[in-house]
Design a protein around this ligand. Structure first.
Ligand code: NAP
Length: 247
């Protein structure tokens, strides 16, 4: 089905590179009109211009940690592309350190982008979705939100928080025709994981039953499925896409 998202306007936060760009590309291939939001608006516009499909796309500067920015971005998307039917909360950052060295600002920054950012964006789209009694929200969590990970107390807490947020939004909005699910990627090859040296990458591979790190496309296909009609009876779920790392 190459057009199952035809007539859907999708917003992908952090869609200018990495997993988000993979998701934006896949949604465009499924027929969606895609708005890519990132702090660097120029890169977001370039990424949007490179998406395929026949629907129009858009790139905009937006810092999801700001509620004003988030609301303004959704207003701009709706004015230019139409009512938002799909939101993918993908924007995320790491500020890793062991607990004793983790600074208050490292904690706050990660929470503000990864968790509050999803809240800001979700709040900005839900009123319209509720009126139309239709919509889908997909949050990009992480396996470390399920297992924890030394050196990532802030990041793991934000990703675990996203799971609680997903389940709550799913329960609150199901009666309004809105689904909310999460994807929990394992280790995916992007800028975020580029700092791994060969030995670290090899050690990781040994912990992954399918024997390789993931790619943005591995996540994008699952997001496309969750966004589409085949997943119409799925809400409040967390789907791990990690090569079997957490079984
Ligand atoms: P990435 O390559 O570092 O890309 C991050 C994206 O988020 C960029 O487009 C960035 O653009 C945007 N972004 C960062 N801060 C933002 C903000 N405040 N407002 C709006 N956009 C912002 O990251 P990735 O590896 O693709 O990860 C994407 C998501 O998957 C994240 O939520 C991450 O936690 C999650 N994840 C990744 C992995 C992995 O192994 N890579 C594993 C599990 C989960 P600007 O810099 O221009 O803002």
């Amino acid at each position: 089905m190459a057009s199952e998202l035809k007539d859907i306007v999708a917003v992908v936060t952090g869609g200018s590179r990495g997993i988000g760009l993979g998701i934006a590309t896949e949604l465009a291939a499924a027929g969606a009109s895609v708005a890519i939001l990132a702090r660097n608006g120029e890169r977001a516009s370039e990424a949007a211009a490179g998406l395929g499909g026949t629907a129009p796309h858009l790139g905009l500067a937006c810092d999801v940690s700001s509620s004003d920015d988030s609301a303004e971005a959704i207003r701009a998307v709706e004015a230019q592309l139409g009512a938002v039917g799909l939101l993918v909360n993908n924007a995320g950052i790491t500020r890793d350190n062991i607990l004793l060295r983790l600074r208050e600002e490292d904690w706050d920054e990660v929470m503000d982008v990864n968790l509050k950012g999803a809240f800001n964006m979700t709040r900005a789209v839900t009123r319209g979705m509720m009126k139309r009694r239709s919509g889908s929200i997909i949050n990009i969590s992480s396996v470390v939100g399920i297992t924890g990970n030394p050196g990532q107390a802030n990041y793991a807490a934000s990703k675990a928080g996203l799971i609680g947020f997903t389940r709550t939004v799913a329960r609150e909005l199901a009666s309004r025709g809105i689904r909310c699910n999460a994807v929990a990627p394992g280790y995916i090859e992007t800028d975020m994981t580029a700092a791994l040296d060969d030995a670290q990458a090899e050690a990781l591979r040994e912990r992954i039953p399918l024997g390789r790190l993931g790619t943005p496309e591995d996540i994008a296909g699952v997001v496309r499925f969750l966004a589409g009609p085949s997943a119409r009876y799925i809400t409040g779920q967390v789907l791990s896409v990690d090569g079997g790392m957490v079984i």
